[in-house]
Ligand binder design. Structure first.
Ligand SMILES: [Zn+2]
Length: 241
């Protein structure tokens, strides 16, 4: 979410002219926090800074267009492209880096549910951190609750997935990040995630293969120990072709 501070911050004489990205980076380094492409850095961004970051990214994108020798001043098609791309990155496709996670209310498992539960397919959109090309696919989540497992609403799984996928990702790391998050929120006996996605860096460039999909999975707890349960989960997923 973009937040504009209502009262302008007092000018800081020491860092006037310092790009906002540098200030955020300094805070991250001071806290010794990792800021890889698929890390969320929301807690290091102060109110109003996302707007400034947008201006900064726009300027840099203009530079990229200049270096691509595109006459953005007379070409009506690309005149506002730098701004559009900056907005797309910060407010849409990579939003999951810059905003806090969705608030999820957890409820105690009052019904003592202990049956395998499957959520999916959840449509996910991301971009690969190698090429910044779209990654579009589906996720299925299997949860094996116990009496202490917290229950979260079905739509919340999609919200969590959207937040994790809204960063430049690597599919293998994305499913692990999502698994860690669901594990932390719900504490189930077992957790299984399967992700199947098309990587546009394979379709648009590279080998230009339109049909190849990458499938990977994470199995935790009882899904890891119990092959029958794992088979049951996989057999309940719709046939993927
Ligand atoms: Zn790629």
């Amino acid at each position: 979410m973009l937040m504009k501070s209502t009262t302008p911050m007092p000018p800081d004489s020491t860092d006037e002219g310092t790009p906002v990205s540098v200030k955020i980076r300094e805070r991250l380094e001071q806290a010794r926090k990792r800021f890889h492409s698929n890390d969320n850095i929301a807690e290091f961004i102060q109110p109003g800074e996302l707007e400034k970051l947008l201006d900064e990214v726009e300027e840099k994108m203009k530079g990229v267009l200049d270096s691509l020798v595109i006459d953005t001043s007379s070409d009506h098609n690309t005149h506002n492209t730098a701004r559009r791309v900056a907005k797309m990155y910060l407010n849409e496709v990579f939003k999951g880096r810059y905003v806090m996670g969705p608030t999820i209310t957890e409820f105690p498992n009052a019904e003592h549910l202990n049956e395998l539960m499957i959520v999916g397919p959840i449509t996910v959109r991301s971009a690969c951190s190698h090429h910044f090309c779209p990654v579009i696919g589906k996720i299925w989540i299997g949860v094996m609750p116990n009496e202490h497992t917290n229950v979260i609403g079905l739509s919340k799984y999609a919200r969590l997935a959207e937040w994790v996928m809204g960063r430049p990702q690597i599919q293998e790391e994305a499913v692990i990040q999502l698994a860690d998050l669901i594990q932390e929120k719900t504490q189930p006996d077992g957790l299984a995630i399967v992700m199947e996605a098309s990587h546009y860096c394979m379709a648009w460039r590279g080998v230009k293969d339109m049909d190849s999909k990458m499938i990977n999975s994470v199995m935790r707890g009882v899904f890891l120990k119990d092959p029958t349960l794992r088979r049951e989960f996989l057999s309940l997923l719709p046939r993927r072709d």
